[in-house]
Design a protein around this ligand. Sequence first.
Ligand code: F0G
Length: 525
Amino acid sequence: NVPVPPSHKSVVVRSLTSTTPEERERILKDVEYNIFAFPAGLLTCDYLSDSGTSAMTDVQWAALMRGDESYGRNYGYYCLLDAFRDVFERGDNQKRVFREVVVGTADISFYRKKLLVPYQNGFVNGGLHQLERPNVFIVPQGRCAESLLFSTLVDVIMKEAQQESPPTPVILSNGFFDTTAANAAEAGFELQTFTQPGLGDLFPQDLIGKKNYFKGNIDLVETERYLSEHPGCVTMVLITITNNWAAAQPVSMANIRSVALLAKQAGVPIFFDACRFAENAYFISEYEEGYSKRTIPEIVQEMFSYVDGFTISLKKDGLANMGGVLCFRDKGLFAEKYPDIGFRLKERQILTYGNDSYGGVSGRDLMAAAAGLYEVIKKPYLRSRIAQVQLFAEKLLANGIAVLSPPGGHAVYLDMDMFFYDCDRKPDDFASVGFTLELIKDYGIRAFESGSFAWEWDKKSLIERQKIPNLVRFAVPRHVLSSEHIDYTVAAIKALYNRRHMIPNVQITRGEDIRLRHFQCGMKP
Ligand code: F0G
């Protein structure tokens, strides 16, 4: 069994600081046992997030060096918008960024070509001046795009409402990421999550009994029912690819196509939360019938052809360290329903993040993200990226540790109900948090509890509680870890499993009621 070939080699390395369990325990106490507050520089392996933690490629660093920090229309602005057109609309990978800007051949004809493109109902409208009908909004990261979209949208909906107290607008989704849910709720939306059942099944079958690799799908039956029972209430359908709420599981093209049709029939715009679009496209190319011969760029183009707009954090599948974008189709349903929203969004973008051509992102980071979008849709990269995550899961399974399988794109999730199966732990014992604390203390490895603590089990209704899984997430940064890191981590988890009865429960000591408390509260084993 020869594994998939590596897709890259290291050319710069960072040495790690060595610490003892006693030293790490002292620091844990100092930071009130909040794993987010533990200094990254004292860790051996950090699986807290795959967001913004990628090692960039040499091409990205080269592009970054060519960035410019002008207040209006820097190089990166043109490159990023051009990359968006190439990747999300045209489905090609022409590396124009590298050729024209990085090598430095961009002359007056480059700019004239960019400014005079006709309107084509794209995510980046006509001329790149974005003055007449703006539809692309650069922001520092994904959650800013969410906040910009949801808060502006609620304002527009409320202003246009004929009634005195209009019904609460609703967003349907296959799964909201925590900041997405919080931003939408804060703006005034009601959220309905319709993840397809079967996430926890080890050998999931779809309705016709075939193996289902796409456990991130939206439940089409529930979606259709809700849309027909609540006409006029739903503002949008938001499909998260891959579905981070549902253990990083991908969404199939068939599911995207079907839900887009349902939304269209109901006159409701459909958006992607597109953070991990390339990983999702790779799963489609590997596991969905009819796609094995299609290129990743073609698959990406088809996926995006079904939606009216999207938000994206470039910190994931932009392979960048920062950046986010909100954009919508120039002539899609969303633009039709809210004809002036582009100007409202731009106004808010300028007020809160900066001039529209950088939106709070440095010109150099825009260049890195533009180049990253071309890097991330290369198949050899995606193959070895996903293989590393799959191998991590397989090694855990081979050691008797239950993980959600098949694993999703960017992370491995431990099934903590199975881990503690003979330990009599209740959801509000927060024993899975205890596990993450022991992992830091004993081995210098940071992972994230994604269960009763993070999803605030103790504050939820009985029905909502049933939807909360008991997981610990190991998010794998892109291009950062070797098999050595993975083997060390598997051995550490195994050692903790062997002494699972000794792992402490955890109490919240401060900040229990703060929104998104896991980032801020204090705890005690
Ligand atoms: N949407 C999804 C699906 C995400 O996974 C994230 C971030 C965001 C939106 C927000 O983007 O961080 O750039 O503001 N997920 C990271 C994670 C933080 O660790 O899963 P952001």
